[in-house]
Write a protein of this length. Structure first.
Length: 318
């Protein structure tokens, strides 16, 4: 009797499972519910990845043991996306701030120089405190130049922390020993280049492979003038870096070599724009005022911008 009762119960449960299963499966096949489930799962994965990333704040990421390095990389892939066929080395997770005192988290990754000729570079991912990705900046740190160290340090000249990249030339590379990048309106922008003797040197814009940092394009002349008059020393320095840079001469013809691809160069409209900005009377007046600044870096950059040069094909930039 017990055996018959047990068998009957199993049969009832089996039929109940058959009856219920199609309904459950059908619910998960509803496209709207599937999208909602995927979105919630993605948000949960990103929150977990963000907490993992914060565990490694201010640690030398390139020196982590293999298990920790793999855990970190999994979190980075979740937060910024997995990169295929690229050599990217996580270097530092830390905080940086802007002129308004707003603090962001920055994940700094290095793209090392692996071939000569070639470029080294940085990827800086800027996050809000909740782990949401605000912006990712990808830029070069030098043609034929090695990165030797990356650190974030307080700079008295701008009144907040900034990224300092230390570098050294490879074969036929420029003498660029230090590069300084600051957070300005959630963009990571170059504010100063120094050679090994700590002299201020120009950025080169005429040929893109020689350009350091992120180049802002599409700005109006008025916007550049306003940036030069900013109350933020970092923004002023970034503007002076652009004004003092070696830009393409729009009047000089672009070299053409038979059978070779076109020569990469700065956009002609941007080269014309820098000339227009430099020639404005209000910009000239502001440069004169900045040359008297008590801020040494601003004073030096203004003097350099007051005597600009043009990119000449075949001439090494110094």
């Amino acid at each position: 009797m017990r055996l018959v009762t047990f068998s009957l119960v199993c049969l009832i449960i089996g039929f109940a499972g058959i009856a219920v299963t199609p309904k459950i499966t059908g619910d998960f096949r509803n496209p709207e519910q599937v999208r909602l489930f995927d979105r919630l799962q993605s948000q949960s994965d990103k929150r977990a990845a963000w907490q993992t990333l914060l565990k490694f704040e201010n640690q030398p990421l390139s020196k982590l043991a293999k298990p920790q390095a793999e855990e970190l990389q999994k979190a980075i892939d979740e937060l910024v996306g997995k990169r295929e066929n690229e050599i990217v080395i996580p270097h530092l997770v830390t905080t940086v701030s802007d002129a308004k005192g707003q603090t962001r988290y920055a994940l700094i990754e290095e793209s090392p120089l692996v071939t000569i000729p070639g470029n080294s570079g940085l990827r800086v991912h800027v996050f809000a405190h909740d782990g949401s990705l605000v912006r990712s900046s990808v830029f070069q740190t030098g043609w034929r130049i090695f990165i030797t160290d990356i650190r974030v340090a307080y700079l008295e000249q701008i009144g907040r922390k900034a990224i300092e990249v230390r570098s050294a030339p490879a074969i036929n590379g420029r003498d660029v020993a230090k590069q300084f990048y600051a957070l300005i309106n959630d963009e990571v922008l170059l504010i100063r280049l120094e050679d090994n003797a700590r002299n201020l040197i120009r950025n080169a814009y005429g040929a893109p492979n020689h350009t350091f940092g992120l180049t802002i394009t599409g700005r109006s002349a008025d916007a550049w003038k306003d940036a030069l008059e900013s109350g933020d020393f970092a923004e002023v320095l970034a503007t002076l870096t652009w004004l003092s840079g070696i830009h393409l001469d729009p009047k000089e013809p672009i070299p053409e070599v038979s059978g070779m691809p076109p020569v990469a160069h700065e956009d002609i409209s941007e080269a014309r724009l820098v000339g227009d900005v430099r020639s404005r009377q209000d910009v000239q007046r502001q440069l004169k005022a900045l040359m008297l600044s008590q801020n040494l870096w601003v004073r030096q950059a203004a003097k350099l911008a007051d005597h600009p040069g043009s990119y000449t094909w075949g001439i090494k930039v110094r």
